[in-house]
Design a protein around this ligand. Structure first.
Ligand SMILES: [Fe+2]
Ligand SMILES: [Fe+2]
Length: 356
């Protein structure tokens, strides 16, 4: 994950996450040319469900032109939209520090990172649109509070070290969540996730590098880095969602191969990865119960406060209102840009028609 910048930082994850993304990409290409040898093409309507099941069973991709059960479509729209909203709202906590980055270099890196998140939102809205909704509809659902975004972005960024902690922990948790989505059964989502994950790995590295610099700086800088980790650790663990026992959508999503691992499995993977990386940083994780369990070959750790997670999801986090107000305002202020772009596209289309 970290290339050669920080030797040893990869050891927490058995196979490098980026290697997994590369492998998923290769499989995606192979699946595209392989075709579904077992079942051929669907014929009568009654065959549609059977064909869909066969495609899923054979680890092939469902594409926008294919028939799919309504509930599969709805689940994907909900999940991809929530993901897209998270990318866009997620620009705010770090955007807060662009004007106060400690150097020109840091500012340029952070600008690029925040801009990437806008791009992720764009890929994901586009992937959702292949399922028959428009971006406008999805944005409205967000504004009406009928669709959510990740609760992590409702926490404030109090110091520069928070930019490091977000990159390391929040983008890090996002990658652990998203690498398996590169193998999701819906083609446009899987393809979008491959590109997103490659960029997220840069985000995680830049955050880690910020923390590494701070932790090897003055005692005050090191303390600032530790304080940021202390505040972001449990909200990052909560990013994996409620424990498996309380997770409402999981079983069906696993059967459809949208989801490949359970919330608890992914959370465990993330904890195991972070322990080693924290050691290299020379910083601690704020959990006195954190220790290696020889029998499980994994770390025992304290679960995040799921009551708090539910409270933040339902709108009562430290920054929920601020985030939504800002998004509404930005959307309204950007109306002229959308109108101008639409007018330009219409003019180009009219010209092309005359020329044809
Ligand atoms: Fe992102
Ligand atoms: Fe990111």
């Amino acid at each position: 994950m970290y290339g050669n910048d920080f030797p040893g930082a990869d050891e927490g994850s058995a196979t490098g996450l980026l290697d997994q993304v590369e492998a998923a990409e290769a499989d995606l290409r192979a699946a595209a040319v392989r075709g579904l040898a077992a079942s051929g093409s669907p014929g009568a309507d009654s065959d549609l469900q059977e064909y869909f099941d066969a495609v899923i069973g054979a680890d092939q991709k469902i594409e926008p032109r294919d028939w799919m059960p309504d509930s599969y479509r709805k689940t994907l729209i909900r999940q991809i939209a929530q993901h897209a909203h998270s990318e866009i709202i997620g620009m705010q906590p770090e955007g807060n520090w662009i004007s106060r980055a400690p150097s020109l270099k840091r500012k340029a890196i952070l600008l690029a990172k925040v801009q990437d998140e806008a791009g992720h939102g764009l890929y994901l809205y586009a992937a959702a649109e292949t399922l028959g909704v428009t971006r406008d509809e999805l944005v409205d659902l967000l504004f009406e509070g009928r669709q959510k975004y990740s609760s992590i972005f409702n926490y404030p960024t109090l110091t520069w070290a928070d930019v490091g902690a977000i990159g390391w922990l929040v983008d890090g948790a996002a990658i652990v969540n998203q690498v398996p989505l590169c193998r999701c059964s819906y083609g446009p989502y899987a393809r979008a996730m491959i590109r997103v994950c490659k960029e997220e790995s840069f985000h995680q590295r830049q955050g880690y590098e910020i923390l590494h610099t701070l932790s090897h700086g003055t005692p005050a800088q090191k303390a600032m880095a530790q304080d940021a980790i202390d505040r972001w650790w449990y909200p990052s663990l909560a990013m994996f969602g409620p424990p498996d026992a309380d997770s409402t959508h999981s079983a069906q999503s696993m059967a459809w191969k949208i989801k490949r691992f359970s919330n608890d499995e992914l959370r465990q993977r993330f904890v195991d990865m972070c322990v080693q990386q924290a050691e290299i940083l020379g910083l601690g994780l704020p959990d006195p119960e954190l220790r290696w369990n020889e029998q499980r070959q994994a770390h025992d750790f304290t679960q995040p406060d799921y009551t708090e997670l539910m409270r933040v999801i339902s709108g009562d986090g430290p920054c929920n209102r601020q985030r939504m107000d800002h998004r509404r305002r930005a959307h309204a202020e950007g109306a002229w840009v959308r109108e101008a772009a639409a007018a330009y596209a219409a003019k180009q289309a009219a010209r092309a028609e005359v020329a044809a």
